[in-house]
Structures are given as C-alpha cells and as structure tokens.
Design a protein around this ligand. Structure first.
Ligand SMILES: Nc1nc2c(ncn2[C@@H]2O[C@H](COP(=O)(O)OP(=O)(O)OP(=O)(O)O)[C@@H](O)[C@H]2O)c(=O)[nH]1
Ligand SMILES: [Mg+2]
Length: 334
C-alpha cells in the first residue's frame, strides 16, 4: 500500500476510489483532492473523524514524555480542561488562540490569571493570535524552554486553530514552504502530520476533537460564516429588566424572568443581529427547547460554538435554543 501522506491534512493518499478519503488522481501529487480544492477554490467537503480516534491519538501522545501545546479558542474555551489530563500526563503548555477577536481593551494578564487560578497543571499559559501573528515569538521562547525532546505535539479541539498556529511557526521560523490545510469546518486535519521547523524542533499536528454540542454543527454554511467572528468583537451591552428578552439572531432567546435590573453583555460575532423585546408581547423562538438558569452574581452563560453572555447581577433566565447545543455557567472571564 502507498505510504505517502497528504501534506495538507495528513491522510494517506490513494488513487483508487474517488469517494474515499485521501483520493488524488496522481500519487505524485502532494495534496489529496479535498485539500487541493479547499486551498484553490475554497470548496468545502466535510469528512468526520470519530472522537474514539481522537482519544487514541491523545493516548499515544500521552505515552511520550514530550511537551504538548494544547490550543483552545478564546471564544470557545472548554468547560473543563481537567479532562485532557486523563490522557496527557505530559508537560502541557496552554495556548489561548484567536486573541484578535477578543476586545483589545482586555488585558492578556487578566485572561492568563483566570486560567492560572482554575488550573494548576499547565507549565505555562500564552495568549496568541495565529491569524494576526501576535505573540508567536513569545510562544517559541516558551516552547524552547519547556520542550523535552525535539518533538512537540499540538493538540486541542477541532477549529481551535492548531494548523493555523503551526503554519505561523513554519512561516516565521523555518525555510519550509509546507502549508497545512485550514478551514472553518470541523475535522480539517485528518491524521497526525510531522513538520520539522529546524534541527531542534519538530512539531506534530493532530486532528481535533469534535464537540457535538457546538452550535456550529447545527447551522448552515452561510450561518456558520456569520457565527465565526472575523474581526475584534464589539461587546454589546443591554440593560435588562425582568420581563424583557433578547433575541440572538434566530438562534437563541434569553428571557429575563426574575431579578433586579441587570446588565447583559454579548461577546459574539458582530454579524449576529440582536434585538431586545418584551417577553410577553413577542413569542419569537419560543418553539426552541427551553432551559432555566438560576444565576449567582458575575456569571457568563457560555453557548458552545457561539460565544458568551456576561451577566452581572443575580437572577433567573429562561433560555431557548436547539436542544443539542451545550451551554454552561462560569465566573465572568472578562
Ligand atoms: N480570528 C482568528 N481566527 C483564527 C485564528 N486561528 C485560526 N483561525 C480560524 O479558525 C478556523 C480553524 O482553523 P484551523 O487551523 O483549521 O483549526 P484546527 O484546530 O487545525 O482544526 P482541525 O484540523 O479541524 O482540528 C479557520 O477558519 C481559521 O482561519 C486566529 O488567531 N484568529
Ligand atoms: Mg487542523
């Protein structure tokens, strides 16, 4: 069997079945047809990886003593990062990516301290933007400081920006012309890919875990584009009284049922339209599935894949959205 891998997504190339992964007309090519089309025509063709395969990859990384860079998207931070410790006893450097979409006024230090207080097992935490090339020098210094062998693994959920980050490292610090495939749809990277940055550093890209509860799994391609922020988010604050509601696109309805006058600040893509309405007089989106939150002071309601709503005072909120989408509460991040 052919052993050549696609340089974009890591899948084994084959020229036998156009319907299967890794197909290319000619095994001399460096890219599979899917990566070629994505790169040249922006054509998306989704494939899926099971989360079992992801766990297997993490377990294998866990068997090495090598440094792991765990990448997470600042707007889509997992509820519980302790889970990764189950698989990875390694030294882990936490990289909070997509700094560019979080308002500039927020200090990196504040974000870093938030995570330091919550988790004690990261060797360090770095805030970066792969897209805008922010803090990559700092990241490289931290990698050099903590690496155990020349191999460093990059892990994290799908769409966190792992391959984008590695493309930056290649561009900034190596002679290689290799470019990993990146895309806004889940499961872009299909298999581990080894990239030699220099004689002392080899980076290994891995496919990401799919979060079945992310809203991005349940919207059209057009909606997906409006949900994923491309620019710095302008937080939108609404002063809300009991009996008022917010409609977030046609995705989420928030009813403020009970509590003192409150302030709701939305951190999500600027392209999503938001409307304040009277809970009683307008029934929009009430056909969606309902869940109720009793909010203590200073909580964020996180809507997986979409962003979060910062709420200051205590109160009761009814939320309507697709039943399969995950939400949770956390202390205010910002
Ligand atoms: N705004 C912003 N977008 C980013 C940044 N880094 C990556 N992205 C975008 O996030 C999406 C996912 O990027 P990828 O690099 O493909 O993510 P991945 O973690 O490799 O995903 P999988 O291969 O599916 O596991 C793409 O649309 C990128 O353009 C960043 O720093 N800022
Ligand atoms: Mg990738």
């Amino acid at each position: 069997m052919n052993e050549k891998k696609c340089l974009g997504c890591g899948v084994t190339l084959q020229d036998e079945n156009v319907l299967l992964e890794g197909y290319t007309v000619n095994l001399e090519n460096d890219l599979c047809q899917r990566c070629f089309r994505l790169k040249n025509y922006g054509e998306y063709q989704s494939t899926t990886r099971t989360n079992e395969e992801y766990k297997e990859i993490l377990e294998n990384v866990g068997k090495t003593k090598d440094l792991v860079i765990y990448v997470t998207d600042l707007l889509n931070i997992e509820q519980d990062l302790f889970n990764i410790r189950e698989f990875l006893p390694n030294k882990i450097l936490l990289v909070l990516n997509k700094r560019d979409v979080i308002p500039r006024s927020v200090k990196d230090e504040k974000i870093i301290n938030y995570f330091k207080e919550k988790y004690d097992f990261f060797v360090d935490i770095v805030v970066v933007s792969s897209e805008k090339n922010i803090n990559l020098d700092l990241l490289l210094r931290r990698i050099k400081f903590f690496q155990v062998t020349k191999n460093v693994y990059v892990c994290g959920q799908t769409n966190a920006g792992k391959s984008s980050l590695i493309n930056r490292l290649i561009k900034n610090y190596s002679e290689s012309k290799q470019e990993l495939t990146i895309s806004p749809i889940p499961s872009t990277t299909l298999d581990s890919i080894t990239i030699e940055i220099n004689d002392h550093l080899t980076i290994i890209d891995t496919p990401g875990l799919i979060d079945e509860e992310a809203i991005t799994n349940y919207v059209s391609e057009k909606e997906l584009k409006s949900i994923l922020p491309k620019k710095e988010i302008k937080p939108r604050t609404y002063q809300i009284k009991a009996g008022q509601s917010l409609l977030i696109g046609d995705l989420v309805r928030l009813d403020y049922i009970e509590g003192e006058k409150n302030s709701f600040t939305l951190y999500m893509s600027n392209s999503i339209k938001v409307k304040r309405i009277s809970s009683l007089r307008n029934d929009s989106l009430k056909n969606l599935s309902k869940r109720t939150y009793q909010l203590p002071f200073n909580q964020d309601i996180v809507i997986k894949g979409l962003g979060f709503v910062k709420i200051v005072n205590r109160g009761v909120v009814d939320m309507y959205l697709n039943q399969r989408v995950g939400t949770f509460l956390r202390d205010n991040l910002i």
